[in-house]
Design a protein. Sequence first.
Length: 281
Amino acid sequence: MMPMDSNKPRKWWLAGLLSLLVPGVGQVYNGQLVKGIVLFVLSRVLTPIAFILLNNHFTFVLMASVLAVGAAYRFGVVIDAIAVASRYRFGYVLKKYNSAVLYVVFLLGGFSVGALGSHLTHLYIAQAYTIPSGSNIPTLNIGDCILVDMTSRHPRAGDFIAFKNPKNSAQDLVKRVVAVGGDTVEIRDKVLWRNGEPVEESYVIHTDKRRLAGPRDNFGPVTVPADQYFVLGDNRDESHDSRFLGFVDQPAVRGTVTFIYWSEDPASDEVCWDRIGTRVR
């Protein structure tokens, strides 16, 4: 006959559910405290690592690999918890830490750490944006979903950046940097000049054939102050940018746009497969 304190069978479905909710909790339930903590910690750090990898080395193969590894890890943790619990289906000697309170603490901790990790990732590593306007057509279309590298806040001329609107800090905008601190910038009859030389901009479109006297088509020359940027939209006649908003301060830069991770045509709701994975240049 089993001792009374060992007659505590583990429920396989509960072990699996606990580790499905937060990896590692099912292992703690099964009496594997160290293993559970290790799996718990790994699950919390895998997401930011995946963000960094995809943000800096994005390819479809890498994206598929990251998703496959993440799914395999989650699946493997759940299967392991179920397998171990099945071995204790007739009896289990309770450990001091086997308590509903501890399981709840682990679950709440997992959810909290996950939320905090997601928040910190968005603050310091990567942030996703959806393009709402056509000011950067054809480089960025309405419905494009982009990833912004929050670790890259010192852009060069030619980079697309997300930044706080100089006139409304609650709003983020996305534009192309065309001049940095110390550069002299000018627009003559729609043509951008930087440091006395016309800039080749094959990505720019003009939708209005008129030549206006105002800042849209004729601007400057001005010298960009140190630690500031002059930004323009690629859809040059339809963009509200530094010609009207002024320079962008370096602290207002949220990050550099890296690639389009998803795209849908808002008019038809069709997925634009050819745009997904495109590097933004």
